[in-house]
Design a protein around this ligand. Sequence first.
Ligand SMILES: [Zn+2]
Length: 52
Amino acid sequence: MAKVKISVEGFKCERCSHEWVPRNFKEESAVCPKCKSPYWNRPRKKKISKKI
Ligand SMILES: [Zn+2]
C-alpha cells in the first residue's frame, strides 16, 4: 500500500496555534481544546490604547 498524505480540514487556534479536527463540523468548537480560549477563531486585535 502506498502512503498518501491525507489532509483533513480542521481548526486552528489563533491564540496558541493549536490545531485540531472537530468531530462535528456543523458545530464549531466553542473553545480551543488546548487553551480553552473562546476567541480561538478570532485573531488578536491590535491594542489601541488611547488614553486621554
Ligand atoms: Zn488555543
